[in-house]
Structures are given as structure tokens and as C-alpha cells.
Design a protein around this ligand. Structure first.
Ligand code: BES
Ligand code: MN
Ligand code: ZN
Length: 490
């Protein structure tokens, strides 16, 4: 029974206009219609996003009741469910409650089952208490006094699903937090060496295999494009390989390749000074790979996944690559570097060639690759490119389920012409038109041997302005993709 156990607060929903959800109606009955009276008085009408904290209602053991507006019942879908939980945790953390009993998880939200609902709720609980204060000299006020959260579900028969959802939601939350931390750390702390140390930590904690390749290894492998980006920097580049082997030995792995430019000055083709600080987020693809591996490691997901991270700074300097320089990639193809600021594709292409040795079932690269993608899609969806339609559909579907969406972008042959070079096999830039597409076209020249998808997360991996900070995207999408794949035993 909602509210019958002792707790700091109990959270129930109200539909618009002024309709108590089932748990709220039960609570109302126990509390001698106290909630009905509040609705009648007009203090809560159920509009989405609104909340109301009530204290010491009659007959309830719980200290507080938090009412959460859910919007209209017929439009209460997955997105509305998530927004309601976000509002709920905002309200709960604004009180001094040490524990909370959440009843929103027993409402039906579109076609999703209780595992999904509890997973979302647990993940939002973690996200609502996320703070990045490790670089402050004194710890700030904690994000919340909340110590314990209880999630309700309607039927005992749902227990197993709810438990599974809880485990997955917590693991996902932890993966997102790691990706956020790595993104938010400044470039002088989060270096390629630091990312490698993080990968080593994950390997130890979740019994994964880790390999760190250094400059010499890269030279031996012929990774000329990756090394051309690292040339201007005093920080040594790293190629990080982290393997989660949760599936049968014979199962081909999914390979995730994350762009790990720990700071992007543009190199010789130097970027303007304004907002250049945000280029510390240029390793967000790498952060999302490590975050996703943490999540599936914690879940012990039965699937084989290899994470590959080319990590380097992109700096100007007397040894830095110059526009017009021609380098040979690991694939043997030569590249005329017309703009050293188009460095992401130069490090990814060698990492993609390196991925061939894992005989992958599919390869997904994740990169804050182009400003053009931000112009095309803004900060709402990530850009998705793929050389295989079935893979593209799977990635899009994972984005829908996790509400971490992507949008399918074109990759027609006609765009390839923009990469023509008079001096090398091709150039690393294709001019202003369709900049996100020509970047993907460049990568497609290194992915002929496997099914491949590319996520351009330049607009979604972090927020600018007052709320500047990493979003942890697309960890939810990638994790959901892998959960789905593991469940279909591919
Ligand atoms: N890291 C940037 C992409 C980026 C820019 C992400 C702005 C988020 C916001 C990337 O390395 C880059 O500089 N791309 C260039 C490519 C151009 C030189 C073809 C760009 O988008 O301007
Ligand atoms: Mn750049
Ligand atoms: Zn970059």
C-alpha cells in the first residue's frame, strides 16, 4: 500500500485534469481524501512537469507525499514517463528526505514492460544526483540527501522483470556517469594516458582484456594518419583496446570505436579562440565507449564487445602536420591533409582498419566529428550513417527505446566526389556542403570489410552555455543496442 510504510516521502502521479493515478487513489483513500481535497482546491491539476510536496497527511506513516503531474492520461507515453520521473526526482531531492518510495513505476507507459520502466527510473535516479565537483578545491553541497529509493510495481509476478530492470538501470546510470566525468574533466587531466589508465581500471574491475598500443606500436602497424594528428603534441598518443568477452567464444564481437581527441585546437589549421575550451569534449566518443563497456560489464551482459579508442591531442607546433601534407594510412590508402582540424576522421580510419582483425559482426564508431552535423541536426538527435540498412535500423530502434535518438543520414556515392585530391588517393575534407556526410564518406573508405555504422555526436554529447557539461550520450543508445543484441543471441 502506498504510504503505509515509514518513509521520507512517497511519490505518486496525477493525470490532467485532476485525475489521481491508481496508486494515488489508494493513497487518497488511506489518507481520508486528503489528496482529493488538494486537487479540488486547485493546487495540483496534473499538468506535466508540475510537482507539489505535501507534509504529514492524515493516517500516513510517510512524512511527505510528492504529487507529480503526468499530463493527459491518453498521451502518457515513454517520453512523458521519463519527464515525470525527472520532475519527481527534482522535487524529491529538493526536500530533505533520506528515502523515497516511487510509485510512478507501476503506471503503464506505452508498450514498455516493467523492466524498462524500473530501468529508466533507476537510471534517472542516478542522473538526478550527478554532480561534477572533483576539480573544486572544496566539495560542494551534496546533490541530494537521498540514501535509499524504493520502486513499486503492480504485480508480484513482475518481480523478476523488475529486478532485472533495476540491475540494468543502475549499470546504465553508472556507465553514463563515467562518460560524463571523462567528458567534463579538462584536457590537462584527461589525456590519452589518463584514458588508457581508465581502461585498465575497467579491465581489472570487470575482468576484461586490455591492450594499450603506444607510438612505436602504431609506427610498426603503419598507422600514418593517426600519428599525423599526434605529431604536434608533447602528450603521447595511445590506441586503447578493451575487450568484454561475455558471449560464447565463437561469437563474433561488436566493435565500438570511439574518437578520443582529448583536446582539439585544430592543429596548424588553428580554431578561433571563442569557446575553444569546449574542445575538451572532443573525446566524448571515447568516453561513451568506456561508459558503455562499464555498463555491460556491470550487467555481465552475455555478448562479446571490443572497444577501440584512438586517443591523442590535436595541437599546433613545429612538428605538427601542415595543410597539404600527404600521409599513408594503415590501410595503405594515401590522404592529402588539406585541413588539420578534420583530425577525427584521420585517427578513426586507422582504428577502423585495426578493427578488421577482430572479424567483427558489426562496427559502430562514435565521434564528435563535425560542426556541420550540429548545423544539420542541432542538439536533439545524433547523426547516423551506415553501409548496411539492417544495422542502421537496429541502431535507430535502440535510440527509440532508450530515448537517446539518432537520425539516418545519407551516404550516397555522389558525395564521394567531394573528397577528390590532385595529389593523393583522396583528401581529408570535402568542402562546406554536406560536411557531416563527406566526413562519413571519408570513413566509409575504411569500412568495406564489415557492417558499419557511424554516429556523429557533435551536437548531442555535450551542452554549451549555462548548463555546459557532458550529457553521457550516446551511452543509453549503445547499451540498449547491445542488450537487444544479447537477447536475440546473434
Ligand atoms: N571536433 C570537431 C567537430 C566539432 C566542432 C564538434 C564543433 C562540435 C562542435 C572536429 O574535429 C572538427 O574540427 N571538424 C571540422 C571539420 C572541417 C575542418 C572539415 C568542422 O566541423 O569544422
Ligand atoms: Mn577538429
Ligand atoms: Zn575534433
Amino acid at each position: 500500500m502506498p504510504g503505509s510504510a515509514k518513509s521520507g516521502c512517497v511519490v505518486v502521479g496525477v493525470f490532467e485534469p485532476r485525475k489521481l493515478s491508481t496508486p494515488a487513489a489508494l493513497l487518497d483513500k488511506a489518507a481520508r481524501s486528503a489528496l482529493s481535497k488538494v486537487l479540488q482546491a486547485g493546487d495540483m491539476d496534473g499538468r506535466a512537469g508540475t510537482t507539489l510536496v505535501l507534509h504529514r497527511l492524515p493516517q500516513l506513516a510517510s512524512e511527505r507525499v510528492v504529487l507529480v503531474g503526468l499530463g493527459a492520461e491518453k498521451s502518457f507515453d515513454a517520453k512523458a514517463y521519463r519527464s515525470a520521473l525527472q520532475a519527481a526526482f527534482r522535487a524529491v531531492t529538493s526536500t530533505g528526505a533520506a528515502d523515497a518510495e516511487i510509485h510512478l513505476t507501476s503506471l503503464s507507459a506505452g508498450k514498455h514492460d516493467v523492466a524498462w520502466r524500473v530501468a529508466q527510473a533507476a537510471c534517472i535516479a542516478i542522473e538526478s544526483t550527478y554532480r561534477f565537483d572533483q576539480m573544486k578545491s572544496k566539495p560542494g553541497r551534496p546533490a541530494s540527501t537521498l540514501k535509499r529509493v524504493t520502486f513499486a510495481f503492480a504485480n508480484v509476478s513482475e518481480r523478476r522483470l523488475a529486478d532485472r530492470g533495476l540491475g540494468q538501470g543502475l549499470a546504465l546510470g553508472h556507465g553514463i556517469s563515467l562518460a560524463k566525468d571523462l567528458g567534463n574533466l579538462p584536457g590537462n587531466v584527461c589525456t590519452p594516458t589518463y584514458l588508457a589508465a581508465q581502461a585498465r581500471d575497467l579491465a581489472k574491475r570487470y575482468r576484461m582484456k586490455v591492450q594499450i598500443l603506444d607510438t612505436r606500436d602504431m609506427k610498426n602497424l603503419g598507422m600514418g594518419t593517426l600519428l599525423s594528428v599526434a605529431r604536434g603534441s608533447a602528450e603521447p598518443p595511445k590506441l586503447i583496446v578493451l575487450e568484454h568477452r561475455g558471449g560464447p567464444q565463437s561469437q563474433k564481437p561488436v566493435v565500438l570505436v570511439g574518437k578520443g581527441v582529448t583536446f582539439d585546437t585544430g592543429g596548424t589549421s588553428l580554431k578561433p579562440a571563442g569557446e575553444m575550451d569546449e574542445m575538451k569534449f572532443d573525446m566524448s566518443g571515447a568516453g561513451s565507449v568506456l561508459g558503455t563497456l562499464k555498463a555491460i560489464g556491470e550487467m555481465r551482459l552475455p555478448i562479446n564487445v571490443v572497444g577501440i579508442i584512438p586517443a591523442t591531442e590535436n595541437m599546433p607546433g613545429s612538428r605538427a602536420t601542415k595543410p597539404g601534407d600527404i600521409v599513408t594510412s594503415m590501410s595503405g590508402q594515401t590522404v592529402e591533409i588539406l585541413n588539420t582540424d578534420a583530425e577525427g576522421r584521420l585517427i578513426l580510419c586507422d582504428a577502423l582498419t585495426y578493427a578488421e582483425r577482430y572479424d567483427p559482426a558489426a562496427v559502430i564508431d562514435i565521434a564528435t566529428l563535425t560542426g556541420a552535423c550540429v548545423i544539420a541536426l542541432g542538439h536533439v538527435v545524433s547523426g547516423l550513417f551506415a553501409n548496411d540498412d539492417a544495422l542502421a535500423q537496429e541502431v535507430l530502434a535502440a535510440g527509440e527505446v532508450s530515448l537517446d535518438r539518432a537520425w539516418h543520414m545519407p551516404l550516397h556515392d555522389e558525395y564521394q566526389e567531394q573528397l577528390k585530391s590532385n595529389f593523393a588517393d583522396f583528401a581529408n575534407i570535402g568542402g562546406r556542403p554536406a560536411g557531416a556526410v563527406t566526413a562519413a564518406c571519408y570513413l566509409s573508405r575504411f569500412t568495406k570489410k564489415f557492417k558499419w555504422a557511424h554516429l556523429d555526436v557533435a551536437g548531442t554529447a555535450w551542452k554549451s552555455g549555462k548548463e555546459k557539461g557532458s550529457t553521457g550520450r550516446p551511452v543509453p543508445l549503445l547499451t540498449q543496442y547491445l542488450i537487444h543484441r544479447a537477447s536475440t543471441n546473434k
